[in-house]
Design a protein around this ligand. Structure first.
Ligand code: SAH
Length: 346
């Protein structure tokens, strides 16, 4: 039986050049094929028209090009698009295009399912099946860029890693994907337009700082009180707030870039004065701003969006303490495309 063919896009440019040299061809051929695979987005070896027929056949005999396929696309009344994409092993992940007046943002997944157990998130109910490969992450961005051009007449402007999965638990592949997205040989996007959102894995946040990444960091905080955070995000038991705080101070010391805290205010969970005061204290450890996100219900009412008075209390007190705060409305709720709603419902 023939050995399973390798995904050619798992090779680096160097490895591809070496492959050609090893087969008695020129290293330059590796550059050509690399360009077809990444900046030109070829879906088959047949597409590579400046490569000889024999070489294309030889590639065909040795490799596959595993492209994601859009299995289902849904469009919301507010212009949001949700793609259910099928991977080469038939697993499905979701990614979302979010248009506003001035930008189009892609919200991409980093894992199939999620290894964390946030009580308020629909993705947490799916078992983590596997990490996505760099090309599977990259392809989600390409698909959304094309949809943005087609439906909104402009290219994609921003990317957020806020789809399914915990990006820092698939660290290497997420960084490799971002390298491709930002490279002139890929999409040439500025890293400043990319946000990686994490539920807060201290060791990995420090690693981001050590690796001198240029994208932005967001942390899903939701509470600055350990007992509360551990109830709604049980992994907080293993990564308590003192460790998270220390990692964020380290991030700021090294990168000089502020952190965004994502925060949902829920009725009777974190809607009291003591919760706001704890958040204000936490925000002072490293320069930061707060995004208050609207809760998107996923269940039978265990979690409920806090009252407008509670949200106003948060914004007032944060602002009085000189902390920038924005209140974010949900997008794409009618198609289950909003934060925390990605659960492969069909
Ligand atoms: N694992 C990463 C990225 C995925 S979640 C992280 O935790 O940051 C993307 C954002 O949606 C996070 O801020 C998360 O806390 C939030 N979220 C999850 N479920 C939600 C829900 N039901 N309503 C609103 N936001 C939710």
């Amino acid at each position: 039986m023939q050995a399973k063919k390798k995904d050619i896009r798992a090779l680096t440019k160097e490895q591809l050049r070496d492959f050609f040299v090893g087969n008695g061809d020129k290293a330059f051929r590796g550059n050509q094929v690399y360009e077809w695979l990444w900046s030109k987005g070829a879906h088959s070896f047949e597409d590579m028209t400046n490569v000889s027929k024999e070489t294309r056949q030889m590639l065909q005999d040795n490799f596959v090009i595993n492209h994601i396929k859009v299995d289902q696309m849904q469009r919301s009344s507010d212009g949001t698009i949700k793609n259910a994409v099928r991977l080469h092993d038939d697993l499905i992940v979701e990614s979302v295009l979010i248009p506003t007046a001035t930008r189009t943002t892609a919200c991409v997944s980093s894992q199939v399912g999620c290894s964390l157990d946030c009580k308020f998130c629909a993705t947490a109910r799916l078992k983590r099946m596997r990490n996505l490969n760099p090309d599977e992450i990259y392809d989600q961005v390409v698909v959304i860029d094309n949809e943005s051009r087609l439906y909104h007449g402009r290219p994609l402007s921003n990317i957020v890693f806020m789809g399914m999965g915990e990006p820092l638990m698939n660290y290497n592949n997420v960084l490799k994907a971002i390298e491709k997205i930002t490279s002139p040989e890929g999409l040439g996007m500025s890293p400043r337009r990319i946000v990686v959102s994490t539920s807060g894995v201290p060791k990995m946040i420090k690693k981001l700082a050590d690796d001198e990444v240029k994208f932005k960091l967001a942390v899903s905080l939701h509470s600055a009180i350990d007992e509360v955070r551990s109830t709604i995000m049980p992994f907080n038991e293993h990564f308590p707030l003192t460790d998270l705080r220390e990692a964020l101070e380290y991030w700021y010391a090294k990168t000089r870039r502020p952190i965004t805290y994502e925060y949902v205010v829920w009725k009777d969970i974190n809607d009291k004065r003591k919760d706001v005061d704890a958040l204000v204290r936490f925000c002072k450890f490293a320069p930061s701003k707060v995004n208050l996100i609207e809760y998107n219900p996923i269940d039978d009412g265990e979690f409920q969006q806090a009252s407008n008075e509670a949200i106003d209390m948060y914004t007032d007190i944060l602002e009085r303490n000189g902390i920038t705060v924005t209140v974010r409305r949900s997008r794409g709720k009618d198609i289950d495309a909003a934060c925390g709603q990605l659960a492969n419902k069909k």
